[in-house]
Design a protein around this ligand. Sequence first.
Ligand code: 13P
Length: 252
Amino acid sequence: MAPRRPLIAGNWKMIASSRHGLALAAELAARAKGAGAMKCDMLLCPPATLIRQVSEAVAGSGLAVGGQDCHAAPGGAHTGDVSAVLLAEAGCSFVIVGHSERRRDHDETSEMVRDKAAAARAAGLTPIICVGESEAERDAGETLAVVRSQLEGSLPEDAAGADTAIAYEPVWAIGTARTPTGAEIAEVHGHIRHRLAAVMGEEAQRTRILYGGSVTSGNASEILATAEVDGVLVGTASLEADAFWRIGESCP
Ligand code: 13P
């Protein structure tokens, strides 16, 4: 089976201005076009209002675009929501689902996340399903149990291989400049791979498992060299073109 190609994903969250986002997309597109063959896939996940413009800005650069959330239904009376179908039409090939900020701010359950991931796959998008424990759960020794329960609850029944990605994002590591040790990351990623294999067999070898939480251009090489880490999901450092680009260059 072909080795998994690293995925470097930038989650812009609610970036403070469109101007910043469009300048970032233009700068990254210029770098990607000038860079030649890359060792990884790079993905930008802007807020919904910027997706089409960012897709146009990065066209032909090899950079991919993704959404930060989608509704589970393909259309209908859901004021304020965006479907996976609309994301695909606007230029997305990925969508983040079940980010801890959405589980927290919008009371999203794993069941809801599973339905969103299924909608994403039906629309031809690769869902990046996020899981991760809180600090209290880690302190209580519940990390693997929490991650397993979120993973198994959030994974669509027919998810297979490369058409789904997982992001392990410990809640306490997001935006805190704290990260788990390499051994801790390897343990959780190994557990995720093991659980994926129990559900989808051999195909689990093709699923990319990303790490997210305080990834910077300073720690990316070490994290990306960790066993079972197939990429990173980057928040703060993805808002600065140079920092994000250097994370991409850190791929083994
Ligand atoms: P930070 O990189 O800012 O810690 O955010 C991580 C994250 O939540 C990415 O989805």
